[in-house]
Each structure stands twice: as C-alpha cells, then as structure tokens.
Design a binder for this molecule. Structure first.
Ligand code: SAH
Length: 374
C-alpha cells in the first residue's frame, strides 16, 4: 500500500491524522512547518519530533514522493526540472528568475489529454492527474534547489499553473494544493501571486470565478474563430468560442479593482497571425465587452515534431499594434528557456543527452551570476 503523502494534507487534515495517531495536536503544526516552512523532505530531519514518533511516521507516511531525474539550466537562467513520480511518470517544473521576482511554472498533470496541435506536451497524452502533494512538492523542490533547504527566499515567489497538463481537469487537487501553499505557517504563497491557465474547461471557469480567495486566470485562445480553433485546440469542439466567452464575461464580473485577466494567444506563422485575424480577434473581444482582458501573445516555441513556426518579429509587432489600435491591451511574452525545452508548450519529458545537465556544484556557482531580465 502507498504511504500517505503528508505534503498533500491541509492543516486540518494533518491535525486529524495526528489525532488519529494518538499524538498531541501541536505535533501537527510541527509537521506542517517541517514540510512547508522548513521544506524538509524526510521525517528524520524533523528533530523536534520525538524519535519514536518519527519512526512511527516512517512506517505509515512519507514526506516526499518526487525524485529529480535531471535538471537543465538555460543561458537565460531558467531551470527545467524533470522529475519522476513514485510510479515513474514524468513531472516537469520550470524556474524562471527575473530581476526582482521568481516565477515557478508547475505541472498539474503528467502528460496532457488535450490535443492542442501546436503543443509538445500533447504528444505524451494523459498519463495521470497529479496529487495535491505532488503539486506542492514541485515548488518545495525548486525552492530548495535554488536557495538551499528551508532557506529564506529573497524575492516573492509567483506561481503559474502553465506547465504540463490542464489544471481545470484536475480541479480538486489543484485547489487543495493552492490552499496548502497559501498557509502562513508554510510556503505562504497567496492566491494573489498565482495564475492558473486553462485551455477552456468552461464549467470550471464558472466555478473558479466563485472562489472566495481565488488566483488569477489565463485562458488559452489562440484563434479568432471556431473553424480555426477547432483545428488547433480540439477542446473547442466541446466548448466553442461563444460558450468560452460567455464564461469569460461571467469571470470578468469577479475581478477585483485593478485586476485584469489574460487571454493567451500562441502566434503561429502563416496560421493565426495575419492582420485580418488580429482585427477579428479585437472585434470579438469588443463584441463581448471583455475590456478587462489583456492579450498575451506567445510566439510559438518550436520543437520537433511540431510543424509550426513563430512569425517574424515584425509581424508579431504588427499583430500587437492592430490589437492596441482597437483598444485591446496586448503584450508579447518573451520566451524563456527555449534552449533547454523549458518554454511554453515544450514540456515533454525531453531528456536529450545533448542538453547540458548541471551538477549541484555548477548550479551553486550559477547563483552568483546575474540572470537575464524579462
Ligand atoms: N492546459 C493549460 C495549461 C498549459 S499553459 C492551457 O492550455 O492553458 C501553456 C501555454 O502555452 C498555453 O497558453 C498554450 O497555448 C501555450 N503553448 C502550448 N504550446 C506552445 C508552443 N509550442 N509555443 C508557445 N506556446 C505554447
């Protein structure tokens, strides 16, 4: 039987677990802090717990399930972690440093069931949903790798649910993981620092909008009409643009003062990047009065065997200007970590031998180097 993964329990669940083990309740707090604040990955290191209790814990529970298999570092400072679950499935997490904040891009599923034509992860298919504990553990592993076990993080940590998988098809585990990570006694990454990206699981957008303390939302669109979106993102055949935009409009009502939400649009040269498509996109947004949307243009990150390519820099700029001329706020996302297959849509458990793998020593040295800014 699999041992209970305590990193995936909320504080309340952990308190119940401790109570059922016949231990005093304050032990739950010690364990929670041990796991999430001190970022320890074994009970043996929690020396504030009595030895007998640690031994008992080791028999029924675990503090870690993921194993880092390889780690790649980009010339721009981005790091890609290829991890394996207990049942040997790939999980990828990306660390993206910028001058005054860190962003960690985590995965919600191993592989992905959506068959977006331009995305490399799609080629894996769905392997399985990740547990809440596996989601939380990704962040712990990355922070420990970058700063050292339990060390203070000098910048705030932002999270983006934009790694492998469709977060809204693993909704419960996702929300639970976010609750665990937001705890002040733990990682203390509050929802306001989190953005979840969905390919358009419409019912979950409505549900997400109702969350009391919810993260930010990004919706992947990538086409200005159903005909093209059906082809690029087959999920559109289940929920089309009209249904998606109705949900987006409802979501817009839940925005706080000054908050915006994002539509991601992967720019594919010769496919969805024409002037006419830019106008069509702007008109669509205007028709639905989605004035709080900002468009995040992502020039395609190529990877074999994907047949797409990004537009030239000039056309990217033109596309943006057309949107802006029609009152739509747009910006271009600069690719990070392309050289190590860490950029959007490139996560597919690539373990190519020609990529430079880093030993921990090299990673340590790298910390002192100045990293690029976005
Ligand atoms: N399934 C969710 C979460 C993944 S987020 C979603 O689709 O939103 C990953 C983002 O990268 C999405 O906006 C997706 O459209 C985009 N993307 C996928 N493949 C890409 C590629 N090859 N180049 C650039 N962006 C890509």
């Amino acid at each position: 039987m699999d041992k209970l993964h305590l990193s995936g329990l909320t504080q309340t669940e952990l308190a119940d677990f401790v109570k059922n083990s016949g231990e005093p309740t304050f032990r739950a707090k010690q364990i929670f802090k041990g796991l999430h604040e001190r970022r320890l990955r074994s009970f043996d290191e929690m020396t504030d717990l009595p030895k007998a209790f640690r031994e008992k814990l080791n028999q029924t529970a675990t503090a870690s399930t993921l194993k880092v298999e390889s780690r790649y570092i980009s010339t721009d400072g981005t790091r890609r972690f290829l991890m394996k679950t207990r049942d040997n499935l790939p999980v990828e997490t990306v660390y993206i440093p910028t001058e005054n904040r860190d962003t960690i891009c985590f995965s919600s599923q191993s592989g992905c069931p959506l068959k977006c034509d331009f995305c490399l992860t799609a080629k894996l298919g769905l392997l399985r949903n990740l547990t809440a504990g596996e989601i939380v553990e990704q962040i712990i592993i990355v922070l420990n790798d970058v700063y050292g076990v339990g060390a203070e993080t000098p910048h705030g940590t932002n999270l983006v649910g934009m790694g492998a998988g469709e977060p809204f098809l693993n909704y419960e585990n996702l929300i639970k993981a976010l609750e665990i990570m937001s705890a002040e006694d733990g990682l203390f990454i509050v929802p306001n620092r989190v953005t979840i990206s969905t390919a358009g699981i419409v019912p979950k957008i409505y549900e997400f909008a109702k969350l009391e303390n919810r993260p930010h939302l990004a919706i992947s669109l990538s086409a200005p009409d159903d005909e093209l979106r059906d082809k690029l993102m087959p999920i559109n055949r289940r929920w089309n643009i009209e249904e998606l935009f109705a949900a987006a409009k409802e979501f817009q009502k839940s925005l706080r003062r000054g908050e915006r939400f994002t539509f991601e649009y992967v720019l594919l040269g010769g496919v969805n990047d024409s002037d006419e498509q830019a106008r069509k996109l702007a008109n669509l947004l205007n028709r639905y009065n989605l004035e709080k949307v900002k468009i995040n243009l992502i020039p395609h990150n190529s990877a074999e065997p994907l047949e797409y390519h990004p537009p030239g820099a000039k056309q990217v700029e033109r596309f943006k200007e057309i949107l802006e001329s029609k009152g739509v706020f747009a910006y271009v996302r600069r690719p990070r970590g392309r050289d190590i297959y860490a950029a959007c849509g490139q996560l597919a458990a690539k373990d190519a031998p020609n990529l430079v793998q880093l030993t921990s020593e090299k990673v340590k040295k790298d910390k002192s180097e100045k990293v690029g800014t976005e």
